[in-house]
Design a protein around this ligand. Sequence first.
Ligand code: NI
Length: 194
Amino acid sequence: MKPLQIILIVVAVAAVALGLRFAPGFLEKNEAVALGGPFTMAATTGQTVTQDSFKGKYMLMYFGYTYCPDVCPTGLTTLAQALNSLPADKADKIQPLFVTVDPARDTLEQMTAYVAAFHPRLIGLVGTAEQTAAIAKAYRVYYAKEKGKENNSDDYLVDHSAITYLMGPDGRFVSYFGHDTTAEEMAKKLASVL
Ligand code: NI
């Protein structure tokens, strides 16, 4: 083979590999291996819950905090609208969860009032600092307290990833929705999976 032919073959193989890498199906299959996992959190239902508490249902999970000025309210409104637009028999298969990444301020009382404002079936999860770090790590959620406000002040923002995760009845990763996903798009995807 001439050098040029070899180069062309290498380029062609690389292009196919890249195309596969960025195809949505490829991402979903591969993320499924590592995303999610066991957790223990206090729930706004008054119970202590683990990943097994929701077995048999899809978990639609959003991570944020109640003092969030706009990102969380937008994300949770989208989630609630998507759920409400599904037929009841499908919506009932989904347990919506709001996990706080700000357990220092988000008490169970605070979370209970907050989740009720978005959807009657939305359950809030609150952990200790360690439990929060563990669930965030398992779900690859980034969160960080505002710089310069590490000490003393109760007035701070928390930077956090704004991804909604759909986990299957077996607890395995199914799909995710970015912050720009509309309620219509989310509902369509949910309906296709359920
Ligand atoms: Ni937020």
